[in-house]
Design a binder for this molecule. Structure first.
Ligand SMILES: [Fe+2]
Length: 188
C-alpha cells in the first residue's frame, strides 16, 4: 500500500476512534478505547518519524520548517494522549482533555496532508512509496501488539533498546534497508 495513503487512513481511524470515545456512555468501554487510542497514536507517530520524516529531511535541506512543525505536533499529540490516558473517564477534566487531543491531532493530520505529504509525493516514485508503505504497515501492526516502553528512543540504529521493545525494534528496521536496497529519492 502507498505509504501516504496508509498514513492518511490512520489519521481517519484515529479521528473516528476519538469521536466514538466522545459518544461512548460506558465508562468501562471508554477506558478500553482510550488505551487503544493511546497505542494507535504512539505507533502512528513512531512510524512516521522512523520511516517518512528521515526521507523528507534528506530532501528538504532548504526548507525544513514543515518538518520541524510536524515533530512539534507529534510532541504535543504524545503529551495530550498520555495526559488523557492518565485521566479517569469519570474525571471532570476528561472531556476537555479529549477535545484538546482531537484538536491537536486534527491539526497534525491537516499539516501533513496539506504540506508534508505532497512534498513527499513529489520526491518519491510510486514504487518507493509502496516499499515504505510495506515497512510502515508491518511496524505499525507490531507496535500496536507489542508497543515500546515510554521514552524509548526511536532511531532504528539506536543501541541498547529496552528488552521489552526488542520485537518492535526489529519491526522498525525497514525491509528495504535489510535487503540493501537503498531508497533513492528525487527530492521532496
Ligand atoms: Fe500523521
Amino acid at each position: 500500500m502507498d505509504a501516504l495513503d496508509l498514513l492518511e487512513q490512520q489519521h481517519l481511524e484515529v479521528s473516528a476512534l476519538m469521536a466514538r470515545i466522545a459518544a461512548e456512555p460506558s465508562p468501562g468501554l471508554r477506558t478500553a478505547m482510550v488505551a487503544q487510542l493511546s497505542r494507535m497514536i504512539d505507533a502512528h507517530v513512531r512510524i512516521e518519524e522512523t520511516y517518512l520524516y528521515p526521507v523528507c529531511a534528506e530532501r528538504m535541506a532548504g526548507d525544513r520548517k514543515p518538518l520541524h512543525d510536524a515533530y512539534e505536533k507529534h510532541g504535543l499529540a504524545r503529551f495530550a494522549a498520555d495526559n488523557l490516558l492518565r485521566t479517569r473517564v469519570t474525571d471532570v477534566r476528561f472531556e476537555a482533555r479529549l477535545r484538546l487531543l482531537r484538536d491537536i491531532f486534527a491539526h497534525h493530520a491537516d499539516e501533513e496532508e496539506d504540506i508534508l505529504f505532497p512534498k513527499a509525493k513529489r520526491g518519491l516514485t510510486d514504487e518507493q512509496l509502496d516499499v515504505i508503505g510495506s515497512d510502515l504497515e508491518r511496524a505499525y501492526e507490531v507496535l500496536l501488539r507489542v508497543g515500546v516502553p515510554a521514552g524509548a528512543p526511536l532511531a532504528r540504529s539506536q543501541r541498547g533498546w529496552p528488552r521489552r521493545g526488542a520485537h518492535a525494534v526489529r519491526a522498525l528496521r525497514p525491509v528495504s534497508r535489510r535487503r540493501g536496497e537503498a531508497l533513492r529519492v528525487r527530492g521532496c
